[in-house]
Design a protein around this ligand. Structure first.
Ligand code: NCW
Length: 453
């Protein structure tokens, strides 16, 4: 096993090693202190949507156990915690009245982090849209972008003085395509036109959110977290390569191009532009604002083969077989070199600020045996992928931090609780946390930062 000390030598002293979670996946307390349902509460109640009809009512009960969870993070020596804020706790109906009790929870959480010397990295939107906003059409409605801007202002006015970082969105790829085109995530739509509306209004909300942050708390470094995909053509054929470029535009370009360059990708627009909602004067300038940082969530590459069927030019994501035989328990191919080519490729293509790896990790479902969780494959995954980050730093890329997904096992969306990503095991009957073998290794690495402490 790679010694965490020698791996630590490959990182600068101020590199941030943290852990990440998301509100709906861990908090539970779904009806407490004024919280109203999100689209995920409703989705969990629909038959056939979430494995085992699991829901977020209790989850890891972090809403009640947060102090204990913060103590555990402190004990593990991580220097930062990336968490998300539940919009339905803050503005339960999405617009209108503010719920002070919701703000109080995150206020205590942030103070708790500061008291333990842990940096607070907040994400404003990790998929728990207030259900009431579906009345207007959810993300397919322009008004949702403005509701988000107001929500961002309210959160930043309360927490901005103590946050070390803020992200507008987590993985808009999921809340746009997975939620509105593939029907796998809430609200479970399968409609390209709806998805294209969600795309533009999510991008607009990001820009309006950046405006809100800069107005209310300009000192907090602001960014967005994208699950950019490394798109690998199935072969060297011109057709597969062209499909890979189209897939790049559809999966990555539709976020990076407007945010970084102020326009949607050309080929994507010529195929689908007439089905986009009206792009109003000034929209692209709102979306195209300089960011202080960007976040990359990376798990697995996307392999693409050409599909010659007319009309299949987009999304152009026809799967191709994995190259690596190694898969995690959720079926995702393990292929660390793609992380390196992804980051270098994105820096070649776009003028990007500093990068945080805001999520990386692996799903393995080992249980506790004799008080221990032997999750060696997850540990191997971390060693390999963190090694790639060290290589990228050596090559001169501005990598500022790394967050393990996830601090603890949690509600894995459509997969319910059966898929475990934690470096800490959660027993959902007792809420007992057990640090896994990977978690012990990671904490030995993380505890060395910041160096010279
Ligand atoms: S689902 C997903 N994840 C996992 C989740 O727990 C976390 O909240 C997310 O930020 C782990 O990291 C992200 N990502 C989406 C993966 C795409 C699934 C592909 C489905 C095939 C169409």
């Amino acid at each position: 096993m790679i010694d965490p000390k020698s791996l630590a030598d490959r990182f600068p002293g101020d590199f941030v090693f943290g852990v990440a979670t998301a509100s709906f996946q861990i908090e539970g307390a779904s009806k407490e202190d004024g919280r109203k349902p999100s689209i995920w509460d409703a989705f969990c109640n629909m038959p056939g949507r979430v494995y085992g009809r699991h829901n977020g009512d209790v989850a890891c009960d972090h809403y009640h156990l947060w102090e204990q969870d913060l103590d555990m993070m402190k004990e593990m020596g991580v220097s930062a915690y990336r968490f998300s804020i539940a919009w339905p706790r803050i503005i339960p109906e999405g617009t209108g009245r503010i719920n002070e009790a919701g703000l109080d929870f995150y206020d205590k959480l942030v103070d708790g982090l500061k008291a333990r010397g842990i940096k607070a990295f907040a994400t404003l939107y990790h998929w728990d849209l207030p259900l009431a906003l579906m009345g207007e059409g959810g993300w397919t409605a322009r008004s949702t972008a403005y509701a988000f801007q107001r929500y961002a202002k309210i959160v930043m006015a309360r927490l901005g003085d103590r946050l070390d970082s803020v992200a507008t969105f987590n993985e808009p790829w999921c809340s746009v395509w997975l939620s509105h085109l593939y029907g796998i995530h809430a609200p479970g739509e399968k409609n390209m036109d709806a998805a294209l509306h969600a795309l533009h209004y999510t991008n607009l909300a990001h820009g309006l959110g950046i405006d809100a942050i800069r107005q209310v708390a300009p000192q907090v470094p602001a960014g967005i977290v994208l699950n950019a995909h490394e798109i690998i053509p199935a072969s060297d054929s011109a057709a597969d390569k062209a499909a890979a470029e189209r897939a790049f535009q559809f999966n990555n370009g539709v976020f990076f191009d407007p945010i970084i360059n102020g326009q949607y990708p050309a080929e994507f627009m010529s195929a689908l532009g007439d089905r986009m909602p009206p792009i109003e004067d000034g929209d692209m300038a709102i979306i195209n604002q300089k960011l202080d940082w960007w976040g990359l969530n990376y798990y697995t590459p996307m392999r693409v083969a050409d599909d010659p069927t007319p009309g299949a030019e987009f999304p152009a994501t026809t799967g191709a077989p994995p190259v690596s035989k190694v898969k995690t328990d959720i079926g995702w191919e393990v292929y660390a070199p793609a992380l390196k080519s992804l980051v270098s490729g994105l820096y070649n293509r776009y003028e990007l600020p500093v990068c945080y790896i805001t999520e990386n990790g692996a799903c393995y479902n080992m249980e506790v045996e004799n008080g221990e969780v032997d999750d060696q494959p997850r540990l191997d995954y971390y060693v390999e992928h963190i090694g790639i980050i060290a290589d990228l730093i050596k090559d001169g890329f501005p990598m500022s931090g790394y967050f393990a997904w996830s601090l603890m096992d949690n509600f894995e969306w459509a997969e319910g609780y059966r898929m475990r990503f934690g470096i800490v095991h959660v027993d959902y009957d007792t809420q007992v946390r057990t640090i896994k073998k990977s978690g012990k290794w990671y904490s030995e690495l993380a505890a060395q930062f910041p160096k010279g402490n």
